[in-house]
Design a protein around this ligand. Sequence first.
Ligand code: FAD
Length: 638
Amino acid sequence: MTEVERLNYDVVVIGAGGAGLRAVIEARERGFSVAVVCKSLFGKAHTVMAEGGCAASMGNANSNDNWQVHFRDTMRGGKFLNNWRMAELHAREAPDRVWELETYGALFDRTADGRISQRNFGGHTYPRLAHVGDRTGLELIRTMQQKIVSLQQEDFKETGDYEARIKVFAECTITELLTDDGRISGAFGYWRESGRFILFETPAVVLATGGIGKSFKVTSNSWEYTGDGHALALRAGATLINMEFVQFHPTGMVWPPSVKGILVTEGVRGDGGVLKNTEDKRFMFEYVPDVFKGQYADSEEEADRWYTDQEKNRRTPDLLPRDEVARAINSEVKAGRGSPHGGVFLDIASRLPAEEIRKRLPSMYHQFKELADVDITKEPMEVGPTCHYVMGGIEVDPDTASSSVPGLFAAGECSGGMHGSNRLGGNSLSDLLVFGRRAGLGAASYVAELKERPTVDQSDVDAAAEMALAPFDPPGNGVEENPYSLHTELQQSMNDLVGIIRKSEEIERALEKLGELRERIKRVTVEGHRQFNPGWHLAVDLRNMLMVSECVARAALTRTESRGGHTRDDHPGMDSQWRNKLLVCSATPGDNPVVPDIGIEVKAQTPLRQDLLELFELSELGKYYTDDELTSHPGSPA
Ligand code: FAD
């Protein structure tokens, strides 16, 4: 029998980024005991890296803003493929979640009259991002950790034990979810330092594990983003949606190579920075797509006036949604007008005084100065698209964040639906707060209503341990595979063949490659023992990366249109017949014991509720919807 540390909690939250921490707070406030598990150090999550801000229609910078405008912007950004109920809840609840953070102690930048300051971002009609310089994510995490400590202090007063209701398990990786008759019964993992196994017996798990960027070669994501939550959910029987939609942020650093992919916040453009090609031309004016015509400035003069007078001028096309800007940069580089290292120029130096740049964008200034020896107050940056965010994720009920597996909940980047085919900048931090809270609440309500708790089957624990240890003792046919080589090959294929611009032959080649890697992973071999062994950790994560990469590639091949974060060179237009179709991925055991088979099904979206449909002009909806879908719109002639 496997030697395992066994613990019991009402709710286990996997992931300590914004979504996870907000879920912890909610489940604990409902009186339940919560374990929060993270594979990195506590406090080191993706959320900490968020720079630009958190979108919420508080109307502080422009009183015309409200939840309906935010909802409309989010649906437009997602090209109307969003789960509209999620987009509605998000737009309605984001302001309360931001104000609530203030009650936890958050210190946002202020307007001259003392309210929370809000900045411009791509695709948002009004300045909407609450921010703390360009370190907003850090403040979110700091504040929620502080709230957790205060809850632990309350628990200490009551029970004499700080960890009576919230305990943090840092540097601990969950490798498998366990089920009892289809319901969640536990989560199995290992301590990264000692390699020893740990089992959480629990009826409710909230997945908040973030993204999948490490399956791609050029990415703004850090080492933890290996799609673990996506894969854990699939193996437990849940479904993923929208996996073909991967966001390539337009402005990652392209030079020097050591920092390739690292993000340059959209806040640089929100604060006045402009994109230029080698001819010193502000090329974004050439790339306003038909669906956005009329909403963006068509001259540099108007675009520049917009920064100070948004009532009388239209916004700059430098702030089109990310998918549009990334494709435009790609086209400029392809046309030979790119910068020396294969990107374009982002110029803020000629647009704002040096002092102002350092004040508004301290991290950007520091990042370029320290890591790349570029002074952004004096010269332009070289930037290009970098894999940044996955819109696809675990299919959840919008109100409760529950997946199709009883007891399994998901929130944040690992969940799907909210952002449709493309996320607007700033909408992730607000998503984490809104749906992190709802997931914590959903899990708490589920546990409260349980008649009897599921139990963990020892044979499942043994199987999970055997799977985790397999790389130490692969089948002995003499051929050994190195996890680092497999990872590099995977990243290269995903980048080259399922990256920003896709076509069917290339995706098919990627699928062939993934098939080959699925076979080779069975022979992955690691040296040494279980004490802090990065090769072993990667071998365990590779399984997950292969599963999610296959979901991305299969869905990308199936969707024969271009929309948001999915651009098909061989199907360049948006096709309204595809707008209401979701591609749903599921896993079946198949004959490969390490990586299950992935299946895809097409499912129809629930039609947009009438009152929400009426928030849009018929002429705008006509760009996305089929005529039949619009007969109920009051403007429809039918
Ligand atoms: P994360 O914050 O990614 O946290 C995931 C957690 O899961 C971590 O604690 C990790 O250790 C843990 N984990 C993962 N797998 C396992 C496992 N197997 N076992 C245990 N633990 C596990 N969005 C905005 O809205 N505004 C911005 O300005 C913005 N700027 C960004 C800048 C950068 C550089 C990047 C990379 C992203 C930015 N984003 C921004 C996006 C946003 O930060 C992320 O989408 C968001 O933080 C994801 O939060 P999360 O809570 O879902 O997961």
